[in-house]
Design a binder for this molecule. Structure first.
Ligand code: FDA
Length: 305
């Protein structure tokens, strides 16, 4: 991992920095670029615009790393309200939800997370849409895949996320290749004992693209990397996959022109849209991905403090 990226992710755990960033007025502008807003209505508004422009959506209610049952329950309720609103607005055919198990109680107990995620999956099914379980740091991978397997007994279309930076992931891709899987590079600061570095992460991504296309599942390629987007297109032709039998995914606020270009070409493009007041951890991971964003943000913070 790039040293600046590690530094930003480490700073994300520092309380003094958290307070400074969360209260600085400049945060608002940077946040607005990557986060739809605080409220369900904000999420619905952004979803409506994206769908009108030919893109699909997956919505993430921000609020990871919950350590009490009440907050986990509030996060579940936020998802239920969102799903109802998507249904009422006629958006659920084009918009699903992404759930982090740590937001619904994974740190308390895996069974709590399973029960809470089941509530969200049941509501999503009623509203005519699906859930994808985001993947968090590597210490949670086995637990998340166990919960996923349980959820899929009742809701087989629940999406998995696999991270190409983990050394284990090619095996996971082969095992899950007949199912709905989002492939990402991975956003957490992982030790070298479990994670590849630099170019190896990209090589791992390409190997996983092949493994997923070789299966009968529905792969979802989440990357903004122009080279990987080209390779996915080439591999789709090689495996004779038609648009609609796989999809591209990108984050809200990142490479929107590329999102529109792919959609115009007839590809399914899903935009990951986070919303809610707990945006800090999410923003830090986005800044860590793009040192140019960070330099701008850090200068503004220094002048503010
Ligand atoms: P990379 O970081 O190498 O970026 C390639 C190029 O894309 C950059 O050179 C730049 O041009 C552009 N770019 C990338 N990020 C940018 C940014 N923040 N701002 C501006 N430009 C940027 N991770 C995880 O661990 N668990 C998960 O569940 C998910 N879920 C998820 C869903 C979706 C839809 C996406 C797109 C991503 C995730 N991720 C994730 C994040 C993922 O692991 C990864 O950190 C980011 O996608 C960045 O990696 P890229 O593949 O884009 O390549």
């Amino acid at each position: 991992m790039h040293p600046l990226r590690s530094l930003i992710l480490a700073a994300a755990g520092n309380d003094a920095i958290r307070r400074l960033v969360a209260t600085a007025p400049v945060s608002r502008d940077v946040v607005r670029r990557f986060v739809a807003g605080d409220r369900t209505a904000d999420a619905i508004g952004v979803t409506r615009d994206l769908v009108a422009s030919g893109r699909s959506v997956t919505l993430d209610h921000l609020g990871e790393d919950v350590t009490d049952a009440q907050q986990a329950d509030l996060n579940v309720r936020a998802y239920l309200e969102l799903l109802d609103a998507l249904h009422a607005e006629g958006l659920s055919a084009r918009a699903e939800v992404s759930v982090k198990l740590s937001a619904v109680g994974q740190k308390l107990d895996e069974r709590v997370a399973l029960a809470n995620a089941s509530r969200v999956c049941a509501a999503a099914e009623q509203c005519g849409t699906t859930v994808t379980l985001d993947m968090e740091d590597h210490t949670t991978t086995d637990s998340t895949l166990r919960v996923l397997a349980e959820l899929r007994r009742t809701w087989p279309s629940t999406g998995a996320v696999l991270q190409s930076y983990l050394r284990r992931t090619l095996d996971d891709c082969v095992a899950l290749a007949d199912t709905r899987v989002r492939l990402v590079k991975g956003a957490y600061d992982e030790p070298e004992s479990v994670a590849f570095r630099g170019h190896e992460v990209d090589l791992g991504y390409v190997r996983c693209v092949n493994a997923l296309f070789a299966g009968d599942g529905y792969p979802m390629f989440a990357t903004h990397d122009p080279r990987l987007v080209r390779i996915v297109a080439e591999r789709a032709r090689w495996y004779d996959r038609k648009p609609g039998t796989y999809e591209y995914q990108m984050l809200f606020g990142v490479r929107p022109d590329e999102q529109r270009r792919l959609a115009r070409e007839g590809e399914t493009v899903r935009v990951y849209v986070p919303y809610g007041s707990q945006w800090y951890g999410y923003l830090m991971r986005r800044l860590a991905e793009r040192p140019a964003n960070t330099t701008f943000f850090a200068r503004a913070l220094v002048s503010y403090s």
